[in-house]
Design a protein around this ligand. Sequence first.
Ligand code: AMP
Ligand code: GLY
Length: 468
Amino acid sequence: MAKIIMYPGEARKETMNWKDAQGQHITAVKRNILVLGSGGREHALAWKLAQSEGAHVFIAPGNAGTAQVGVNVNIKPSDFEAVKDFCLKQEINLVVVGPEQPLVDGIVDFFKQDETLKSVKIIGPDKRGAQLEGSKAFAKDFMEKYGVPTAKCFKVNKDNLSEGCNFLESVKAPYVLKADGLAAGKGVLILNDLQEAKNELGKMLDGKFGAASATVVIEEFLKGIEVSVFVLTDGEHYVLLPEAKDYKRIGDGDKGLNTGGMGAVSPGLNTGGMGAVSPVPFCTTEFLNRVEECIVKPTLKGLKAEGIDYKGFIFLGLMNDGCNPYVIEYNVRMGDPETEAVMTRIEGDFADLLMACADGRLNEVHYAKSDKTAVTVMMVSGGYPEAYKKGMKMSGLDNLKEVVAFHAGTAFDSEKDVVTAGGRVIAVTAHGDSIEEARGIAYREVEKIHFDGANYRHDIGLDLMKMQ
Ligand code: AMP
Ligand code: GLY
């Protein structure tokens, strides 16, 4: 007999193709889903989840865009007690954690340890698993132990500074210095001059990035081209979500400052990027097979061996050097703005996929991705990633055609008009049969959106078109 889960007063929904923990088929599901976060990534996650059967989506705290696909809730993701109260009051079935900070701070452990939250599924690793992003030193030790290809490195603190300087002398420029902990996306320095690298190393150990740089990881510089590969795992099984290329620098031709770290609404989120393209032409089947064999499988094996119960996203920041993948970094969340491209290429019921992930049944669900190319162009505030103004009225949003506009840093003003509320403001995603077609549509629509000081890159996807 199929089991029926329904809340009082809910109309019966279509039969769902999934089973509960006892293996019984479940029909007529009503799913209350809470997405934590407030950026473009969270709008894209909420947008996709809202299309799932029976889904009612809440976003905490959300932005003016998420309000179009669900209900914004004025709760900070860092306030675990408030998140718990809301989950119980609203009978939330599934929590999807957008940013890394609550994961690094142990929101999953908080849920798992609380009897009253036992029935609430949560997507994300526990505190130990989140160390893959929360501590570069942990991630490097992990990769070394489980044979995951990555740059050679040396870990330095105040006690072994002279050995650190010796390591710098033993590698060639450019020199890569990384703060061990989360430093709002700003903790990586790439320097050409050896003396400057030594000076910066000293400053980092002296607290340039606060406690995050009490330990510094010095890395060999990897050559190649970067790509973001996303894995959804239940700890046992995994699916590769669509990959994407991110454009991190503020200016055309990859010039100017890195946009990581200035976040969307809340400064401090370790995300950035001026655009994204998915799929990525140089991610051939051969390359992705190598990613699975050399990186995904050893990573999952390592997590299991360490006794880490990982049910969530693993974002592999990779360098492709002549078809050989190397891990630059692990993140324990989806990327931003990659998610704004990736979500539009996932077919089927995303809530089903995440529910299956939380239940350890990822092998049972059907997952497919669209063959279309998605191009995302991020519009940002003038001045970003340095100081910028907020509260600029936005216009043109109602005239958009053939695109999805994911809000990254927007809010409603007192007249209920949409205004800018962050550095990265809105991500416009278009689909096409080629990068050329998708970027043509994306840029045509971007030009319809206006706010004082609006800025965007004009070259998203151009480099990849040459490779097609
Ligand atoms: P991370 O925060 O580790 O992702 O580093 C930020 C950026 O620095 C990356 O997206 C790369 O562009 C660059 N980067 C980091 N580590 C390396 C490395 N070992 N070799 C070359 N580039 C790197
Ligand atoms: N797009 C890079 C990140 O999300 O960290």
